[in-house]
Ligand binder design. Sequence first.
Ligand SMILES: Nc1ncnc2c1ncn2[C@@H]1O[C@H](COP(=O)(O)OP(=O)(O)OP(=O)(O)O)[C@@H](O)[C@H]1O
Ligand SMILES: [Mg+2]
Length: 237
Amino acid sequence: MISMKNIRKVYNTGKVSFEALRDINLEVEDNEYIAIVGPSGSGKSTLMNLIGCLDTPSDGEYYLSGRKVDSLTANELAGVRNREVGFVFQAFNLLPYASAYENVELPLLFSGMRSKKRKKRVVDLLNRVGLGEKLQNKPTEMSGGEMQRVAIARALGNDPKLILADEPTGNLDTKSGAEIIKIFDELWETGHTVIVITHDMNIANHCQRTIKLKDGMIYNGNGFPVKKQTASAAGLN
Ligand SMILES: Nc1ncnc2c1ncn2[C@@H]1O[C@H](COP(=O)(O)OP(=O)(O)OP(=O)(O)O)[C@@H](O)[C@H]1O
Ligand SMILES: [Mg+2]
């Protein structure tokens, strides 16, 4: 599903440039369940933004579902993103004045789904995350865990194969966090590829494989940088 070769990402801020990722070689199969861990500033969100086609690498090759996506235009990237990727963020990123229903409906409106199909899809998605009774609640009228469940329902709108979550439980108590992870488990069990950035080692250990980042590079368990990370190298096959 994901193949990255010698990926490098440099951010240019004024006259200063900063190499946030280097020597990233990453292979992810369909339907893997992966945790990305590492200290603050190690490049986790940068890597996720590249994986999810929110940004392009400075160097290297990236294939997503067999398509070369490392040098697409902003419009082309948006198209790939809408079809292939569902994002979940730590801060939920919901529209504050819109109901759960409206938040989930918005991307489906943008993608041009017809009204009747859309209504059914929104209700199905919110039922799937256990919020069938809270369709009309606004974010201010929901708990953090409920808001994150709305965000997951929204991410699933266009039925993406790849689910990317950046610290999805970072703002939640343990119990609500566990409920969110349970939803990711179900998505994985139904064939999605799930990649979660987390500081919580319980969550990381719960995933099939962990990718450790430090100073913009992937490290193995012994503290050595690895130039190649595959499912078989991680002992999965
Ligand atoms: N848009 C940007 N412009 C310039 N530098 C950036 C930009 N985004 C990130 N960086 C820098 O790149 C490095 C990696 O940032 P990134 O957000 O990927 O870290 P992270 O591992 O997600 O950290 P955290 O756990 O705190 O979220 C940091 O040093 C950061 O300052
Ligand atoms: Mg981050």
